[in-house]
Design a protein around this ligand. Structure first.
Ligand SMILES: [Zn+2]
Ligand SMILES: [Zn+2]
Length: 297
């Protein structure tokens, strides 16, 4: 954040000077009127947090299994090093845990297990056939044999206990605008407007993807951006960034975040009350979002 941030801080005076109207319509003035002609009933300085994040996480689940002797590594090995930003799900055999023995999965007929596609009959029933009475055709999975090679021992009938790991590398993204509590309508409209912007470097805000160590994530009571209150937006943004990619160890993360200050104005006028958000856009122009304040936030 630099001094340059000051040009993005909105004020009612500057909004009035800009000549941008805060347009609202009402039944008694069908062509609308400018809310700026009257004083707002309340004015709050708030800040939204725009987050664009990407994270690569790895979840490793260790398992003892039975595996084909010829799949076993010659030397015990460890879980492979992750390749940053490469998503993959793989099972890795780490080491043999005991001597080769008869495969327990296919002990009835070594190397073979019943075909699950045809249930071992070698033929499958045709569905949706007009005269489907007893029409069958050869099973494409086992070519009528009724059995397939055992996947545990690769059809050899011989297997070995082994340690293995399921290595799940996930790459996830998060793109979201977090705003302090507003009426639902205003929140939706403001988030859509802010999401479409290309935020400037002077509004960059640090968010850490790593959980804080040693202490609980206690935020300052009222964190602000140059006096514009984040409410719970900053805390929610931080929590969301830490959750990108779900469970597992963080391999690498790319987190970009920006603060965007805005004014929240409320006008009690005849008919529905109005809730207004005002912010300065990338071009330095005042932008106005008007909503009915029908649900209290
Ligand atoms: Zn079959
Ligand atoms: Zn087997």
């Amino acid at each position: 954040m630099t001094d340059d941030a000051s040009r993005w801080l909105p004020s009612l005076e500057a909004l009035r000077a800009s000549g941008v109207p805060v347009h609202a319509s009402a039944w008694w003035k069908p062509f609308g009127f400018d809310l700026l002609a009257q004083e707002p009933d309340s004015s709050e300085r708030l800040a939204a947090v725009i987050v664009r994040a990407r994270a690569h996480r790895r979840l490793v689940t260790h398992e003892e299994i039975e595996a084909a002797a010829d799949d076993m590594p010659a030397e015990p090995r460890g879980v492979p090093t992750p390749i940053p930003w490469q998503a993959a799900s793989q099972r890795v055999l780490l080491a043999a845990l005991g001597p080769v023995h008869a495969c327990t999965l296919c002990s009835m007929s070594p190397g073979k297990v019943p075909c699950t596609t045809c249930g071992g009959s070698g033929r499958i029933h045709l569905r949706g056939d007009r005269n489907s009475g007893d029409a069958t055709r050869p099973c494409p999975a086992c070519h009528q044999k009724g059995s397939v090679a055992c996947g545990t021992c690769n059809g050899s009938g011989r297997a070995q206990p082994a340690s293995s790991a399921i290595v799940d590398d996930r790459v996830d993204t998060l793109r979201y605008v977090f705003v302090p509590p507003l009426s639902l309508e205003l929140e939706g409209r403001l988030r859509a407007r802010l999401d479409a912007l290309d935020p400037p470097a002077s509004l960059v805000t640090e968010l850490d993807a790593r959980p804080p160590s040693g202490y609980r994530d206690v935020e300052a009571h009222d964190p602000t951006f140059y006096g514009f209150s984040y409410g719970d937006a900053l805390g929610r943004a931080r929590a969301a960034v830490r959750g990108v990619g779900g469970e597992g160890e963080l391999v690498t993360a790319l987190v970009e975040a920006w603060s965007w200050p805005f004014l929240r104005l409320r006008y009690d006028v005849l008919g529905p009350d109005r809730e207004v958000a005002v912010f300065v856009d990338v071009a330095g122009q005042y932008q106005v979002v008007v909503a009915r304040a029908d649900d209290d936030a």
